[in-house]
Write a protein that binds this ligand. Structure first.
Ligand SMILES: [Zn+2]
Ligand SMILES: [Zn+2]
Length: 360
């Protein structure tokens, strides 16, 4: 649960922010669809009870050659897309993004539940960027490995994590990705020490790997000893990175994590963003992961669900698409893929695009 006492971080935070009306929006109906058997995409590497997505092969068995659903509603907002498979190489991803009409794309640059660190050659990067330029994708981000724990008190795990994180930054830089989304680690022993270790790990990796990719620390659901489930703690983490490097760091928020962490997107939508702006600044928000949640408000669990089928419901997502304060933020689905790699994503993107006021 988010801490109640807010220690304001960052003196330069702008104060002139227009407050949104305090009215609580009516709760959107939250359909609870019967559980369907489908392979799911989950970005949750540290929960012992949840297997990471990479344990379910995204690519091999699941087809992309599925007939389109028809034209998508027009959409003129910021980049909007999904997590896309890089099976066969990074250059395979942009055309796959096109198949679902995505203008934002999240990828893994490696198998996320293995320590093996592939290198990306300059030639491969050129092929990727050529494919990207030929696609409709305007925003690219990687999501880092499930194994990295920069906050670990175990020196061996932490060293390995810093190395793996550094290699991830290298790959992102060579691909010229806009962003790298990274989960804060698990503190295991002591929260304050863990945050300090996490910040130090980020500092070491960024110092030694300058480049164009912006690091986006992702807010977490707050399960176990994970760091970063409150805006205050994310601010604390960022503030322990030297100011010169902090300019390369932003935030990614995941709607499922937010809701599970105790940020009430259903009943206090405007208030959540006002609070974020007060503590971290909306200009630091570089990406939103759009996921409904399989678990109730405040559960501290990270279980993604199709939008409209979970505890959040469609209401907050319609608001996100139309919220002017989020008009600069790329938005990426991490919802279950289903039996093939395109049908669910197309359906989700069609729904989200249809929420735009212009289409009402
Ligand atoms: Zn994540
Ligand atoms: Zn996420």
């Amino acid at each position: 649960m988010a801490k109640k006492k807010v220690v304001k971080q960052g003196a330069a935070k702008k104060k002139a922010l227009k407050r949104s009306p305090k009215k609580s929006p009516a709760r959107a109906p939250s359909k609870r669809a019967p559980k369907k058997k489908s392979a799911s995409f989950r970005v949750n590497r540290r929960s012992k009870s949840v297997k990471p997505d990479a344990s379910r092969p995204i690519s091999k068995a699941k087809p992309y050659d599925v007939a389109p659903l028809g034209a998508m509603p027009p959409y003129a907002g910021p980049p909007l897309g999904a997590h896309i498979s890089t099976a066969g190489g990074a250059a395979a991803a942009p055309p796959r993004a096109d198949l679902i009409g995505a203008t934002a794309m999240q990828i893994f640059t490696k198998t996320p539940n293995q320590w093996k660190e592939p290198s990306i050659t300059a030639d491969e990067a050129v092929v990727f960027r050529t494919a990207l330029a030929a696609s409709g994708v305007k925003f690219t981000t990687s999501h880092d490995s499930y194994l990295i724990n920069l906050a670990s008190p175990d020196p061996a795990i932490r060293d390995r994590s810093i190395d793996s994180f550094s290699r991830e930054i290298e790959r992102c830089n060579i691909l010229h990705l806009d962003a790298l989304v990274s989960h804060p680690g698990n503190f295991i022993d002591d929260r304050a020490s863990g945050i300090a270790r996490n910040a130090d790990g980020i500092t070491q990796a960024l110092e030694t790997h300058p480049g164009p990719t912006r690091l986006l620390m992702e807010g977490t659901a707050g399960q176990g000893t994970v760091i970063g489930s409150s805006f205050e703690e994310l601010a604390d983490l960022l503030n322990q990175v030297p100011a010169a490097l902090r300019a390369r760091i932003g935030i990614c928020l995941d709607t499922c994590h937010l809701y599970s962490a105790g940020y009430d997107l259903v009943n206090d939508f405007a208030g959540v963003w006002t609070r974020f702006d007060d503590i971290l600044g909306l200009d630091r928000l570089g990406c939103l992961h759009l996921n409904d949640s399989k678990t109730p408000f405040g559960s501290h669990k990270d279980r993604h669900e199709l939008i409209g089928d979970g505890s959040i419901g469609t209401g907050p997502f319609a608001k996100i698409i139309n919220e002017p304060r989020l008009g600069h933020v790329a938005k990426v689905l991490e919802t279950p893929k289903g039996d093939d790699m395109v049908t669910n994503d197309r359906r989700m993107l069609r729904m989200l695009r249809g929420f735009a006021d212009a289409n009402a």
